[in-house]
Design a protein around this ligand. Structure first.
Ligand SMILES: [Zn+2]
Length: 530
């Protein structure tokens, strides 16, 4: 409250009165509630610095006839000695019979009596203040709640009839307060149609071609044309104001209520059965056809990786961005360009990109082509070169992952075990526990086992190198047939399987605009360990 709010207040009468609760409280605690009230009001009024008098009620009850001081106060107000009344709450004026409260309300209205409370200055000329005064005077708390409830349910009834009862009037419409229905504002409606048109069919460029545009471009265009944005042009058009137009179902004549629930400051979606959806509630601005096209475009924007087909594409799961280590995914969109002659050409945009913001994206089909070239090259390498690749990739990974079931480890463990047993029987023999024969027999058994262990190692190593040899030969023939089958295959998921069978991974490093290095790591399939 600023001082200027009180500009019209000349003299104030402060009316002090015990409420019913005050009387109960005094009975319980012996506190003088009237003097507490006086202290509060004195502070409030001293702060305002407008002349005032105070009047303490001596009577009790809600009716005017039982409150002699209040009768005097009303007389003074009527005579114009005061043009404002100060009370702790509006309810202190009384909450009683309708005729009593009607008398007070009429007086306040007729004489434009300001009401001053510690929290607020009420001016009856202000509609929301007037409403508040009316509620406070005429209705007790429970009644107030009941009224609110009733208002809400009547709002819902109106909503069911397709009336516009909640929320701001959408741009392009005005609200007819008598019918509570939306009516078209032709000038704005034309802008709405233009926005939908630009979004659905694209925007003509300087070179005459029509290009697909996003919300931001449309907003910029409208601002350049100097078209005032919704809400009296404040702040101009933004991508959000454009997006809200595209999303607003009111433009096809539909009203939708109770789709969200407010809890605290946040909105949560309500289940669909709670929604109130009424079609043909008012005259549409946009045709269903254009609306559907716009919503399809919105949805495809929200689901960038194709709408219905979730089966893996050719390079799914194969390519890794070396910058951030993430697997790269395909992003696909189509763009429609409308030419001057009205014909529309469709452009497909297909990228391979990693999910890290601003990291790497490259043209999908370029990568596919280069991987096939790299595979063809791998197929021409001699065995020695492939073995070098194998050793670099495969042996590195086994060294990293220490497999407890790996044969060499097991042999080593067994050898230590046998060695311990050997030590053990030597100890027992020296301590005289074993006879000579026992000792020799046990010693021989252990030594035989140890000898057999020695045979395992060279065999394993030998087996491994034979295995590698076989895998390399297999890989070379696999690559050849895979490339052939790949070229004939039409199904992208089938193609993905083919590539996955011979490629372990592809490391992609972007080196410049449209340029990158690829490292295709072959999969030596017969070497996959359990
Ligand atoms: Zn990345």
């Amino acid at each position: 409250m600023t001082k200027s709010d009180y500009a019209n207040v000349q003299k104030i009468i402060c009316y002090l009165r015990r409420s019913r609760q005050d009387i109960e409280r005094e009975r319980r605690t012996g506190e003088d509630t009237l003097s507490t009230q006086k202290k509060i009001m004195t502070k409030v009024l001293d702060d305002i610095s407008i002349p005032y008098d105070m009047a303490e009620e001596i009577g009790s009850g809600d009716k005017i006839e039982t409150r002699p001081v209040f009768q005097e106060v009303l007389k003074w107000l009527r005579e114009g000695r005061y043009n404002a009344i100060a009370v702790k709450e509006i309810a202190r004026l009384g909450r009683g019979s309708y005729s009593d409260m009607g008398e007070i309300f009429d007086l306040i209205k007729e004489k434009r009596i300001y009401i001053i409370t510690p929290y607020k200055l009420y001016d009856i000329e202000n509609p929301s203040d007037a409403r508040q005064i009316r509620f406070e005077l005429f209705f007790a708390r429970e009644e107030f709640e009941m009224i609110r409830e009733r208002m809400l349910s009547s709002k819902l009834n109106l909503a069911h009839e397709g009336r516009w009862v909640v929320g701001a009037t959408p741009y392009g419409y005005s609200l007819n307060s008598k019918t509570t229905r939306l009516e078209i504002v032709e000038e704005e409606a034309n802008i709405v149609r233009m926005i939908f048109d630009l979004y659905v069919y694209g925007m003509e460029q300087a070179d005459g071609n029509v290009k697909d545009v996003a919300f931001r471009a449309i907003a910029g265009y409208l601002n350049r044309l100097g078209i005032p944005s919704p809400r009296n042009g404040k702040g101009g058009w933004s991508y959000l104001t454009v997006q809200r137009v595209i999303e607003n179902v009111a433009y096809i004549g539909t009203v939708k209520y109770r789709t969200r629930k407010r809890i605290g400051n946040k909105y949560y979606p309500r289940p669909e059965e709670d929604w109130i959806v009424v079609e043909n509630a008012h005259e549409p601005i946009i045709t269903r056809e254009v609306w559907n096209l716009a919503q399809n475009k919105l949805n495809s924007r929200r689901l960038p990786h194709t709408k219905l087909d979730f089966s893996p594409c050719e390079l799914a799961g194969l390519v890794i961005c070396t910058k951030c280590g993430r697997r790269m995914i395909r992003q696909y969109s189509t763009q429609h360009y409308r030419k001057k002659d009205g014909s529309v050409s469709v452009y497909k945009k297909e990228f391979l990109w990693c999910n890290t913001d601003g990291c790497t994206f490259v043209k999908y089909r370029d990568v596919e082509r280069d991987i096939l070239l790299a595979l063809a090259h791998l197929g021409t390498l001699d065995n020695g070169e492939l073995k070098a690749i194998y050793e670099k990739e495969y042996q590195q990974t086994t060294r990293k992952a220490e497999n407890p079931l790996d044969v060499a480890t097991m042999v080593e463990k067994k050898r230590k075990d046998l060695q311990r047993r050997l030590d053990f029987i030597f100890d027992k023999y020296e301590a005289g526990i074993y006879s000579d024969e026992d000792f020799l027999r046990r010693k021989k058994e252990i030594e035989q086992e140890l000898a057999s262990l020695d045979k395992i190692i060279p065999l394993e190593k030998n087996q491994e190198s034979q295995e590698v040899e076989r895998a390399i030969i297999a890989f070379k023939s696999d690559v050849k047939s895979a490339l052939e089958v790949y070229r004939k295959a039409t199904d992208k998921t089938e193609k993905n399987k083919i590539l996955s069978s011979i490629i372990d991974r592809v490391e992609l490093t972007k080196t410049g605009k449209g340029r990158y290095d690829l490292r295709v790591v072959p999969r030596f399939s017969s070497l996959i360990l359990p």
